[in-house]
Design a protein around this ligand. Structure first.
Ligand code: FES
Length: 152
């Protein structure tokens, strides 16, 4: 199998995989970064959201071969902070957002990306920016409130 050089959470990492292997499985199975979750595997739920060069992307839809070719840097939920001190993580704690918690790392990664693009988002911008992340527990009201708090 070929090897690929990746940059993940600021560190160079070498992985062995077929070129079509989704980044999601590289992160979880090879690099033990299990904060990134598998939900649907078809790009529909947002549970697997990570940042590629700061932009929120679905890791289940990102083949490792293409990623290595692009040289884009990967940031996962583990790369935001060591101790949950990122402002978005703090806002999530303040609003006690998670219920089961499964989708929340993807939610937070989308929120961070949204706030990078739009530091003071309107209600409509929050709804639009977070609309690709599904939560089966229905924590949307608290997610919205936490994004507003993080924007302050
Ligand atoms: Fe990637 Fe659902 S697991 S979008």
């Amino acid at each position: 199998m070929p090897t690929y050089q990746l940059k993940v959470n600021g560190q160079p990492r070498e992985v062995e995989a077929t070129s079509e292997t989704p980044l999601l499985w590289i992160l979880r199975d090879d690099l033990n970064l299990v904060g990134t979750k598998y939900g649907c595997g078809i790009g529909s739920c947002g549970a697997c959201t990570v940042h590629l060069d700061g932009v929120a992307m679905r890791s289940c839809q990102t083949p490792v071969g293409k990623l290595a070719e692009s040289g884009q840097a990967v940031t996962t939920i583990e790369g935001l902070s060591d101790d949950g001190s990122h402002p978005v993580q703090r806002a999530w704690l303040e609003h006690d957002v998670p219920q089961c918690g499964y989708c929340q790392s993807g939610q937070i990664m989308s929120a961070v990306s949204l706030l990078q693009n739009s530091p003071q988002p309107s209600d409509a911008e929050i709804d639009a920016g977070m609309s690709g992340n599904i939560c089966r527990c229905g924590t949307y009201v608290r997610i919205h409130a936490a994004v507003k708090t993080a924007a302050k």
